[in-house]
Design a protein. Sequence first.
Length: 299
Amino acid sequence: MFGISKQAYYKRIKTTQLKEMQAEKIKELIRPIREDMSRYGTRKLYLDIKNDLDNLNIKMGRDAFFRFARHHRLLVPKTKRCFITTDSKHFFFKSPNLIKDLIPTHAEQVFVSDITYIKLQDRYVYVALVTDLYSKKVMGYSLDDNMKTGLVKQALQMALNNCEHNRQTIIHHSDRGIQYCCPDYSEFAQSRGMLLSTTEKYDPYENAVAERINGILKYEFGLIRIIPLIDIARKMLTHAVATYNNKRRHGSLEMQTPAFAHTHQLHKYKSYKKKQLNSEQKMDISTAALSTNGERKSY
């Protein structure tokens, strides 16, 4: 009556049931990863579960996985954030930007530092992070209910304790916050072989890696939520850093984890900095655009 054979009808039912069963298996693979990293990217998710999919005889390429994630609402939604933790209106000495045109070639060449916040039920607490620029590994961190110099000194000391490669000098890059520019901290850092460097402008791209790591730890590991107690926040931060360093793949690290990249140093550095075009490049682009428009009109 409907132009469909009995065999085709039952085959379609069987295919639908098989897809539903496979979908549940894929969700089971995704669930523990998203519990640790709630905003973990879909491309990285696919790499993490690809071998498991093969073991389950589920044939699914990257594009099909993206369609699956979109259909089941597993894509990560975009968020906006805005909170100022930098007080640069001070008269302390601001070091020149030593990494403006530098391309790191190995781990423990440059450390980048920054301060972010965590919201408790009754107040804010603050987190200082020290990250290796080349490997994106969080080398040191500290959490306290104030933004005094002790917060950043503790994070730097942890970073130095976690060094693997025994470099003689390391560039310490940060924004122009008062904590990083005050003599107490600058003397502390220099006495430990650090070459001080600070941003020159208010452009976040001058400390892009530090800003990026702040966002990853907060938005992918649940630290953006309101946390009841400071002790719970400390435990969550410790877990987040360990998971980030050892499990989270980075696109800029050729899909390696920061810990692996830091130890093996095999990848080429990829910058987050926006590329600036000179006047000749802009002229070439304008000429090409006019030529293209002209060709389109001729058709």
